[in-house]
Design a protein. Structure first.
Length: 132
């Protein structure tokens, strides 16, 4: 009789663990994460959408480095220290002039917060030499 109660209690605990450990795990989130591995800098917005589908969130704006378009895809259930997600598990893809210049938290932060004159991947920076 005691064994039956223990087994029943363990069964109830085990079924509740999925809700506690993985509160937002969705198959679509895992699929999006896997598709993200096929996206590379230099791709156009159309090419990225062909692989990833339409973004869950799309933003654009003018910043110190120019005009940027951001696509956000849900790839994780939460942000974590050292991770590349923002806004509760969304991975940002950063576009400039219609081309993907990078993805992840660092690229996103560099685009929206960079100081005046900072060089950013994807920028065409040409140094001119002043005549002597």
């Amino acid at each position: 009789m005691a064994w039956l109660q223990i087994i029943l209690a363990l069964g109830l605990l085990a079924t509740g663990c999925d809700q506690v450990l993985y509160p937002r795990f969705e198959k679509s989130m895992w699929t999006t994460y896997i598709h993200l591995q096929d996206v590379h800098p230099g791709m156009t917005t159309t090419e990225v959408q062909g692989i990833m589908g339409p973004p869950q969130i799309r933003e654009e704006g003018d910043y110190t480095g120019g005009h940027y378009v951001f696509y956000f895809y849900l790839t994780h259930s939460m942000d974590y220290e050292g991770g590349e997600t923002v806004r509760n598990g969304y991975t940002p893809l950063v576009f400039k002039h219609g081309k993907l210049i990078g993805m992840g938290r660092r690229t996103y932060r560099a685009a929206v917060d960079r100081p005046e004159g900072a060089v950013f991947p994807g920028d065409n920076v040409y140094k001119t030499v002043a005549p002597r």
